[in-house]
Design a protein around this ligand. Structure first.
Ligand code: KIV
Length: 273
């Protein structure tokens, strides 16, 4: 297994992501929700850190992303931004903070940018939320789109199955992606769609397409950090590659600690004042 070393330590910008697509350099993106892990992920050389609303699942233990609030996303965003020097930081707009109307969407986006100091926001949807996207972009806030499986719409779908397998949904996705690009979005996440559709969108659009379960032909990849580190359990979609088994490592370390405490082996003479 090879390990990446970032050669360019300049801060990643939305413009640099587009240049990376132009020269065929793949974009790496991971989620983070707190100061300590964001610092490790940034120093490892990741290009983009997403403060995802998946915090609702992995941080708070909710079944869906719907319950997380704007205040909670801002708390996570601030914690991450404090740790990051190089990566572009994108904060998810939570469910209910932008779907109502474009004025509300803009004030939610402004709160995220003012209070977290993040670099950009991400929201889910195409044509339906275009007015909000336009309004946010007009205020000078960079927007990342999110199409395909949109977890904030899970109650409408009723399933986390692959999206856009049928022509109508695939055509709508391509059209939505074009609309987001025309509006001025700097990148789009495509979640859980057929690889051929991911390829078609990545070839058609000039802005970077970042996939999660969207195949290998898109311009970059994103995973939820806790999933790829093997901290979460009982979630094994085909697209998820686990790079560590932190669940076992933490479990064993905590088990050793408990045993040492019980056996009066910790602290020893050198570990006390
Ligand atoms: O919230 C999140 O983690 C996301 C990724 C799945 C792209 O939106």
């Amino acid at each position: 297994m090879s390990i990446h070393k970032a050669e360019d330590n300049r801060k990643v910008t939305t413009r640099r992501l587009v240049e990376m697509k132009q020269r065929g350099e793949r974009i790496s993106m991971l989620t983070a929700y707190d100061y300590t892990t964001a610092g490790i992920v940034d120093k490892s050389g990741i290009d983009v850190i997403l403060v995802g609303d998946s915090a609702s699942n992995v941080m708070a233990g909710n079944v869906t992303t719907l319950p997380i609030t704007l205040d909670q996303m801002i708390y996570h965003g601030k914690s991450v931004v404090r740790a990051v020097e190089r990566a572009l930081v994108v904060v998810d707009m939570p469910f209910g903070s932008y779907q109502g109307n474009s004025k509300e969407a803009l004030s939610s986006a402004i709160r995220i940018m003012k209070e977290t100091h993040a670099d950009a926001i991400k929201l889910e949807g195409g044509e339906e939320i275009l007015e909000s996207v336009n309004r946010i972009l007009c205020a000078g806030i960079p927007v990342m789109g999110h199409l395909g499986l949109m977890p904030q719409s899970i109650n409408k779908y009723g399933t986390y199955n692959v999206r856009a397998k049928e022509k109508d949904e695939a055509d709508k996705l391509v059209n939505d992606a074009m609309l987001l690009q025309e509006a001025g979005c700097f990148a789009i996440v495509l979640e859980k769609i057929p690889a051929e559709l991911g390829k078609k969108v990545a070839e058609k659009l000039e802005i970077p397409i970042i996939g999660i379960g969207a195949g290998r032909y898109v311009d970059g990849q994103v995973l939820v950090l806790h999933d790829m580190l093997g901290m979460t359990q009982g979630f094994s979609p085909r697209f998820l590659r686990r790079y560590a088994d932190l669940n076992s490592i933490i479990h064993d370390a905590v088990g050793h600690y408990i045993a040492d405490v019980k056996n009066n082996d910790f602290p020893n003479n050198n570990e006390q004042y």
